[in-house]
Design a protein around this ligand. Structure first.
Ligand SMILES: [Zn+2]
Length: 71
């Protein structure tokens, strides 16, 4: 089961239909099985689904070996 996190995310992607760079709207961040993050959203002009793969270091998120929180 894929876990989705809805967020307001400003990301740029390439729309194959418009053949231009567009700002991704309605973007949601997805963490793939290999640990990489991606943004999936829509083209603001034509509504085509856009997908942008982020680098591992793009988001300063949890490390690969998170230490348990020391309460
Ligand atoms: Zn488009």
């Amino acid at each position: 089961m894929v876990r989705w996190r809805a967020l307001v995310f400003m990301a740029e992607g390439y729309c194959v239909k418009c053949k231009a760079k567009k700002e991704i709207v309605d973007g949601v961040e997805e963490t793939m099985k290999n640990g990489r993050k991606a943004i999936k959203g829509k083209c603001p002009t034509c509504g085509t689904v856009m997908f942008k793969i982020l680098g591992k270091a793009a988001a300063a998120s949890a490390p690969e070996n998170p230490t348990p929180p020391a309460a």
